[in-house]
Design a protein around this ligand. Structure first.
Ligand SMILES: Cc1ncc(COP(=O)(O)O)c(C=O)c1O
Length: 348
């Protein structure tokens, strides 16, 4: 059915849940929730719309006021869409280590992008955004602590999951975390309405902050005082910043996380490629890494187990990253062979 919308923002959310047919172990019902069906191809479109609409409602954001945020990319791209549709100027701060196509996309959507030094990590870009917001009286969306972020996931992502599995049991829900908006918002719904669903959180082994059990050192105002001791730089963009965000801490403190799986990025890249080539499901490194976690759960699960895995964004956002590292632009020997092949030739 064709849907008609007043503007692009009406297309945020309601992403499909898709069955995995070839990669799932026999007897395990494995599904993915494809967040790349959002208009700007990531789960962060939800957060962007949620925080802007909440600020408008509260009167914290005035017509025409500049919006600012610190973002590793997808939030900035989502915010750029929302601000373009609603007429707010947008400034984004971003560590220079994140992929070039993300910066270009944000600029194409009309945002100004301020790069911050890679060694200053996630905290560096947040500090820069705070400094500019204070200096100019801009509205900072504060994705890592804004209650409107998990609230949006509670209202949309969580509801959609309940609807998709109505009348069916859902044994495991698997996610990673960036701000923790997805984790905390969806957990609120699952714990209330589907308490038997186990919540599995994936994180990189080189930044296993949750698995370490160590608390985040904080300033008096609740902001992170320094990088978490278990964190080291890792290549899974969008996952595990160098601190445990306040929103993620809510889920940790509430004890809703049933299992933590450490998923290395190279394993995630392999699964991302397998999802693309064996299922036609096209997701980024974090999606492949979350799927690695779901497959780890599936491997030991009894027949009849149902698992849902979040896929946060599209693989197309990673053209300049190791996800596409061994994909050549030139023709391979196999491809050259096709040009000279004789009748009866079959692709291997
Ligand atoms: C690329 C990407 N974006 C967003 C998210 C989730 O974001 P959040 O925890 O902020 O809801 C993830 C985490 O899985 C991610 O990998």
């Amino acid at each position: 059915m064709t849907t008609k919308h007043d503007n692009i923002l009406g297309t945020v959310g309601n992403t499909p849940v898709v069955r995995i047919n070839h990669l799932a172990p026999d007897g395990v019902n494995l599904y993915v929730k494809c967040e790349y069906f959002n208009p700007l191809s990531s789960v962060k479109d939800r957060l962007a719309l949620g925080v802007i609409e909440a600020a408008e409602k509260a009167g914290a954001l005035k017509p025409g006021q500049t919006v600012i945020e610190a973002t590793s990319g997808n939030t900035g791209i989502g915010l750029a869409m929302v601000c373009a549709a609603k007429g707010y100027p947008l400034v984004l701060t971003m560590a220079e280590s994140f992929s070039v196509e993300r910066r270009k996309l944000m600029r194409f959507l009309g945002a100004k992008v301020i790069l911050t030094p890679a060694p200053k990590k996630g905290t560096g870009m947040v500090e820069k955004a705070k400094e500019l917001a204070e200096k100019h009286g801009w509205f900072m969306t504060r994705q890592f602590e804004n209650e409107a972020n998990p609230a949006m996931h509670e209202r949309t992502t969580g509801r959609e999951i309940m609807d998709a599995f109505k009348g069916e049991k859902l044994d495991y829900w698997v996610t990673g975390f960036g701000t923790g908006g997805t984790l905390t918002g969806v957990s609120r719904v699952l714990k209330k309405e589907s308490p038997d669903t186990k919540i599995v959180v994936c994180e990189p082994p080189d930044a296993a902050m949750l698995a370490s059990g160590a608390p985040q050192e904080r300033n008096a105002d609740g902001s992170p005082a320094a990088s978490h001791p278990a964190w080291t730089p890792h290549p899974i963009q969008g996952w595990s910043p160098d601190f445990i965000p306040k929103i993620t801490a809510e889920a940790v403190d509430a004890g809703v996380i049933d299992q933590i799986v450490k998923t290395p990025h190279d394993v995630g890249i392999k699964w991302s490629r397998d999802l693309a080539q064996k299922e036609g499901v096209f997701t980024g490194i974090s999606g492949g890494s979350t799927f690695a976690g779901a497959m780890a759960v599936a491997k030991d699960a009894p027949k009849g187990t149902t698992i849902l895995c979040m896929l946060p964004d599209t693989g197309e956002r990673y053209l300049s990253t190791p996800l596409f590292g061994d994909v050549e632009a030139e023709m391979s020997t196999d491809e050259i062979e096709i040009t000279t092949s004789t009748p009866g030739f079959q692709l291997g």
